[in-house]
Design a binder for this molecule. Structure first.
Ligand SMILES: [Zn+2]
Length: 193
């Protein structure tokens, strides 16, 4: 599997307008000369059998602690890594297939990228909420080793809970669009004669 940077991915897809969000694209190879061969190849090689996927790599974050009016609280919270990876198919037989199949694939790929970019937006929009879930978490008392350890645990738990709710938003979006099949444009491969 190869990973390419966003700018390169855009050069490949004319419909992938501008998106301020940062993400990387990983591709997997798909082969076939007909629509049904390509579909079978996607089912076999695609992420969970789907044509594409968008995942948030486990984010890294840091914070420290401070005594604040009788409480010990997290402060200076920062998300230090936040990598969104979009997996897309790379069709290896494009150069030799019929123009109908090429058009069908291109249409599907463009719709797929639009679908995955909706996931990217959900993950990107969630970043401030993830940050605030670990900001200002506090416990009564001074910042002793014991309090700090409990506070750390509470902040990690809050972050995980927020992350789960962001994942659920993405899962709900997939349920609503049947993983893109009922999207506009739909993520489908039109049949060719
Ligand atoms: Zn999806």
């Amino acid at each position: 599997m190869k990973t390419v940077v966003l700018a390169f991915a855009f050069a490949l897809g004319p419909c992938a307008a501008t998106l301020a969000a940062d993400y990387t694209v990983a591709t997997y190879d798909v082969s076939g000369m007909t629509v049904s061969e390509i579909s079978a190849s996607i089912k076999n090689a695609g992420p969970d059998g789907y044509a594409g996927s968008t995942d948030l790599e486990p984010p890294s974050y840091t914070f420290d602690f401070a005594d604040k009016g009788g409480k010990c609280a997290t402060q200076n919270a920062k998300i230090t890594s936040y990598e969104i990876v979009v997996k897309m198919p790379n069709w290896t037989d494009e150069g030799s297939a019929s123009s109908c199949v090429v058009n069908s694939y291109k249409k599907m790929r463009s719709a797929l990228l639009q679908h995955e970019e909706r996931h990217v937006k959900l993950f990107t929009d969630a970043k401030p909420a993830l940050l605030s879930s670990i900001s200002g978490v506090n416990l009564p008392g001074a910042c002793t080793a014991e309090t700090i350890s409990k506070l750390e645990e509470a902040a990690n738990k809050a972050f995980k809970a927020k992350q789960a709710s962001v994942q659920k938003q993405n899962d709900d979006f997939d349920a609503k669009t049947k993983n893109g099949v009922t999207d506009k444009p739909p993520v489908v491969l039109d049949n060719c004669p």
